[in-house]
Design a protein around this ligand. Structure first.
Ligand SMILES: [Zn+2]
Length: 69
């Protein structure tokens, strides 16, 4: 079973997140602070979902913009 490490921004604890929890916000096992959801795959957003996603994600976001023309 694949798992990934998400470091807590509050206390620095490394938290093991199972791959099947993609997109689910967890809590730090040490200080119980909320961890940002782990995304293993790119999320395709549009005009309506982009602002909501970025505003609600409390960690760095990498965005790639493209257009068909
Ligand atoms: Zn913590």
């Amino acid at each position: 079973m694949a798992a990934y490490i998400v470091t807590c921004a509050e206390c620095g604890t490394a938290n093991r997140i199972p791959a099947e929890k993609e997109g689910v916000a967890g809590k730090c096992g040490s200080c119980k602070a909320q961890l940002p959801p782990l995304y293993l795959h790119p999320q395709q957003l549009d005009d309506h979902s982009f602002d909501r996603f970025v505003a609600g994600y409390h960690a760095p976001v990498i965005a790639e913009f493209w257009a068909p023309w």
